[in-house]
Ligand binder design. Structure first.
Ligand SMILES: *Cc1c(COP(=O)(O)O)cnc(C)c1O
Length: 370
């Protein structure tokens, strides 16, 4: 019988902490603290302490976190915000939702925003840059911050995939003007529904974000501006508090899984493995390899019962949603090439040695047949 290995396994994690989670949910219901309230406030404090920022504002999801952060930074119509060509659409979508204009920058061979290309895309309308710590790998923050300081730009770190990652000893989410997190269930710290957060050391920005996330209200039925209905709900917050206690162990496990993959796969010359930069602590939201015969390898793994993913199969500039920009492959050559080469292998903390061996064995069999 073949072993079925999913890309992510949320059930395995739930079973490992079932009683803690079930108790937490019951407590929220007992206290009817459904929206905001004490469980949300508690998680905000805990998460702020964990990443080392002064303020965390819980919101409805990671996309709203970016939109609200941009609105709080007073983005004006026509302001351009540079986002990487290779990321989930939410990063760009939030810019448009906040009234700004998206501008894409190409990525480097590691799939992360390329500071050199950011420099080329700057113009008089550029107001902000959103580096994405994609796959759990910190973006090149020294270069991004240098550009931002020189040109007086805001930096919004999209840390949706990088809880607890570190860049040169600093946690991601602490380096830009503001950072945003997603707690979508499949993220490294995932709720059991939608949830997100804004993190910043700037008190005024935190206050403004909290107001925007709650209908622009300053008091009950007194609204300074129009905002959003995007609040952290109590059940999600209580679940996140339980899971936050385990996050550092789970993160170590992800890193161990990555190391085992890399040790076992480095003998295959046709595969390019994720490089682990010495200055960063990568948290492996995804383990992404690159190869020329990506689709054939993916089909082969599927036949062997192994689920893989592609993050992302169409780089943002080439999506129909952004066809109005009229971008072509030569505008973003690296993102365009990577979209046909990248493959995400199963990655979650509960992945067993036997499962890792099974994935590795299946990949080796593919290359032996060639
Ligand atoms: C998941 C994700 C988001 C959006 O988060 P949601 O909580 O799903 O709205 C934004 N940016 C990146 C890079 C993501 O991976």
């Amino acid at each position: 019988m073949i072993m079925r290995i999913p890309l992510v396994d949320l059930k395995a994690q739930y079973l490992s902490i079932k009683s803690e989670i079930d108790d937490a949910i019951t407590r929220v219901i007992d206290e009817t603290a459904f929206i905001g309230g004490k469980f949300a406030a508690q998680f905000e404090r805990e998460f702020a302490a964990e990443i080392g920022v002064r303020h965390v504002v819980g919101v409805g999801n990671g996309t709203d976190a970016i939109t609200i952060a941009l609105r709080a930074l007073l983005l004006k119509r026509g302001d351009e915000v540079i986002v990487p060509a290779n990321t989930f659409i939410a990063t760009a979508e939030a810019v448009t939702a906040a009234g700004g204009t998206v501008a894409f920058a190409d990525v480097g061979e590691d799939g992360l925003i390329d500071p050199e290309d950011v420099r080329r895309r700057l113009n008089k309308n550029t107001r902000a840059i959103i580096p994405v710590h994609l796959y759990g790998f910190p973006a090149n923050m020294d270069a991004i911050m240098e550009i931002a300081q020189k040109h007086h730009l805001f930096v919004i770190e999209d840390a949706a995939q990088a809880h607890l990652a570190e860049y040169k000893g600093k946690k991601v989410g602490t380096m830009g003007s503001v950072a945003t997190f997603s707690f979508y269930p499949g993220k490294n710290l995932g709720a059991y529904g939608d949830a997100g957060a804004i993190a910043t050391n700037d008190e005024a920005l935190a206050k403004k974000s909290r107001m925007l996330a709650n209908h622009g209200r300053i008091d009950k039925y007194d609204h300074e501006i129009e905002g959003y209905n995007s609040r952290l709900d109590g059940i999600q917050a209580a679940i996140l508090s339980v899971k936050l206690e385990h996050l550092s162990v789970w993160t170590d496990k992800r890193r161990e899984v990555a190391k085992k993959y890399s040790d076992a796969l480095k003998s295959i010359p046709q595969l390019i493995l994720p490089s682990m930069p010495a200055e960063s602590r990568c948290v492996f939201h995804l383990y992404v390899v690159r190869c020329e015969e990506r689709d054939a390898l993916r089909d082969h793994l599927k036949k062997e019962g192994i689920e893989t993913g592609i993050h992302y199969p169409i780089a943002l500039p080439f999506l129909r949603a952004y066809a109005h920009f009229g971008h072509t492959a030569k505008d973003f050559p690296v993102a365009h090439r990577l979209q046909d080469e990248i493959l995400s292998l199963p990655m979650y903390p509960e992945l067993t040695d036997k499962e890792i061996e099974c994935v590795v064995g299946a990949i080796k069999r593919f290359y032996v047949q060639r």
